[in-house]
Design a binder for this molecule. Structure first.
Ligand code: ZN
Length: 216
């Protein structure tokens, strides 16, 4: 956190990004009004909120700043419900199944600039809420090896997919081999990021890969 961000954190008490109410980063009342995502790019990609909603967009944009990370923790709590449902369903068939949860990495430059990766913070919080030794957080497994143009700047869908080919590498294939992996991201649009991350994880031997995003 840079000095300015740290000062702001001290001066400004936490307030709701929707209504401004003090004491919480994103209050239940505002979240109750946030529309849910109703489409998905694939049956293994899940998203919770609709990114079409202005307040959801505002909340997710705020996550670029570390002092706004309490919003990320609130959103992680909502995403946790979805991941829990998925894990519980899988365990009805396979009671002993273990899961590895990881965040989609950002490029080295933007992580250096911000000092953190919001997807990883969300993934870590979800694992903390699980309180289950069979659901583990695994940091630094995926690595973004290709500096790609920002996805949001690319209009054509086919170009977005092309832009990401070969973008991710698995750093620790030995721990991924045979694993059931859950990847977390803040936003999914075309699913291109998840698809490319899944391709890399599958190539490293992951048995299943399931993706959850805060918004679509
Ligand atoms: Zn509110």
């Amino acid at each position: 956190m840079n000095i300015l961000a740290r000062m702001l954190h001290i001066i400004l008490p936490i307030h709701c990004i929707g209504c401004g109410r003090r004491g919480i980063a994103f209050c239940d009342g505002c979240i109750a009004h946030a529309p849910l995502a109703n489409t998905s790019e694939a049956d293994w990609i899940h998203a919770h909120f609709s990114y079409k909603d202005a307040m959801v967009r505002k909340a997710l944009r705020a996550l670029k700043y570390k002092y706004r990370m309490p919003i990320g923790l609130v959103l992680a709590g909502w995403l946790y419900g979805d991941v829990l449902e998925f894990v519980s369903e899988a365990r009805e068939l396979y009671p002993d199944r273990q899961f590895m949860i990881m965040g989609i990495p950002s490029s080295r430059e933007s992580q250096k600039e911000r000092g953190f990766n919001q997807s990883e913070v969300i993934a870590k919080e979800i694992v903390r809420l699980f309180e289950d030794s069979a659901v583990v957080f695994v940091p630094n497994v995926l690595e973004k090896i290709k500096s790609t143009e920002r996805q949001a700047r690319i209009e054509k869908r086919s170009d977005r997919l092309k832009n990401l080919v070969g973008a991710y590498r698995v750093r620790k294939p030995d721990i991924i081999s045979g694993a059931h992996v859950i990847v977390i991201d803040d936003i999914t649009t075309t699913g291109a990021t998840f698809k490319e991350a899944r391709r890399a994880l599958k190539a490293a031997g992951a048995k299943t890969v399931t993706a959850f995003a805060v918004a679509h």
